[in-house]
Design a protein around this ligand. Structure first.
Ligand code: TTP
Ligand code: MG
Length: 365
């Protein structure tokens, strides 16, 4: 049987890279994105940091005060998470990535698996060429970098992707899986955290190779049946999990700042009409329909309001979208006496039969 060709794409230092994109003068400086808890000005944790900040030892999850201390005396920048903005960039990127896949599975805001088997006719060299083309297109269209892992399954593609970052591309052909994994520490496997790797070390398991050679019965005794068998298979780089479209409603959104703050429906609708065209163009490229429409408004006092509605029947029509958005806008304006500063439009879609079809194709080729 032909090996699958599975690609993982993972955007580099994603939240911080989005901030660099919005403000190129940040480039070269250590940039830290913080989740501020709000209790004191300094309390909270690091969401992510760019690679310049990482050289000082700043890491995701670290308390912000600790990151501040590490960067003391350096010209660094700390910014709060702006999830809506990162999601907009992510939506654009995922749309591009999707175009390269037979089957596409987004995992979180900055990662996606692509099954390329058919598209590249099983060729790893062709898959590498596809990865390089994707990098060129994404740089030209959006201006960000990402890392790529290509392997016969999701498990190995993930480890391959982590191998070279940022802007990496690592290809592990079926015949290279064993020598590639053998030398890596066991905690590079998904599901092997600090505790598990300590228990493994006691059993003499340090590398993935040690795990592959370890008696499977013993693994089951120590870790239980499910995990024991998973570790045994993972150690040998075996993973049959298909790449599959996630069942959640997917969404496309766009946001824009008004030319001037306003609460005039007709004036704001000039902007939302443009956003509707952009969103609907993305939708049409994917051949999908929308059944939920939402708007979000950032008001002049920096508070945020949103309104959304679900349609009785899915639609592909730009007119329906524009009119629905105008209706929501009216409702939103009725609920406040403030001016709007920024306005966003978001549609969600779900087309059950298409998803089911893709899934069947991925199972039965
Ligand atoms: P990751 O892909 O794990 O990290 P990253 O994209 O910042 O860096 P890398 O170059 O190593 O891929 O996570 C994606 C985003 O998720 C990240 O930009 C911020 C967010 N995140 C958190 O908010 N908290 C966390 O602990 C982690 C790991 C990520
Ligand atoms: Mg990432």
């Amino acid at each position: 049987m032909q090996s699958r060709v599975v690609m993982l794409v993972d955007l580099d230092y994603f939240f911080a890279q989005c901030e660099e994109l919005r403000n190129p003068s940040l480039r070269g400086k250590p940039v830290v994105i913080g989740m501020y808890s709000g209790r004191t000005a300094e309390s909270g944790a690091v969401s992510t940091a760019n690679y310049a900040a990482r050289t000082f030892g700043v890491k995701s999850g670290m308390p912000l005060f600790q990151a501040k201390r590490k960067l003391e005396g350096h010209d660094s920048v700390f910014l709060p998470v702006d999830y809506d903005y990162y999601e907009q960039i992510s939506d654009k990127l995922m749309l591009i990535f999707r175009g390269y896949a037979d089957v596409f599975e987004q995992v979180g805001i900055d990662e996606a698996y692509l099954d390329l088997t058919k598209r590249v006719n099983g060729s790893y060299d062709e898959a590498k060429a596809v990865g390089l083309r994707m990098k060129t297109e994404v740089m030209a269209q959006v201006g960000v970098t990402f890392s790529v892992g290509i392997a016969p399954n999701k498990l190995v593609a993930k480890i391959a992707c982590d191998e070279q970052k940022p802007d990496g591309l690592t290809v592990i052909k079926p015949s290279d899986v064993k020598p590639f994994l053998e030398r890596l520490p066991a905690d590079r496997l998904l599901g092997v955290g600090k505790k598990t790797s300590a228990r493994m070390a006691k059993l003499g398991i340090n590398t993935i190779g040690d795990l592959a050679n370890f008696d499977v019965q013993r693994l089951v005794e120590v870790f239980g049946k499910t995990l024991g068998i998973y570790f045994h298979n993972a150690g040998s780089g075996r993973d049959e999990t298909p790449v599959q479209e996630s069942g959640e409603a997917e969404s496309i959104s766009r946001i824009a700042t008004l030319k001037q703050n306003s609460r005039d429906l007709a004036f704001i609708a000039e902007t939302t009409d443009v956003l509707c065209v952009e969103v609907q163009t993305d939708l049409a490229k994917r051949g999908l329909a929308f059944n939920q429409v939402g708007i979000v408004a950032f008001l002049e006092d920096l508070t945020v309001r949103s309104r959304s509605t679900t349609l009785d029947n899915p639609s592909e029509s730009l007119n329906v979208l524009r009119e629905t958005v105008r209706g929501l806008l009216q409702r939103l304006l009725d609920g406040t006496d403030r001016n709007v500063r920024r306005i966003g439009v978001k549609i969600s879609m779900f087309r059950e039969e298409e998803k089911v079809q893709t899934r069947l194709e991925s199972y039965f080729g």
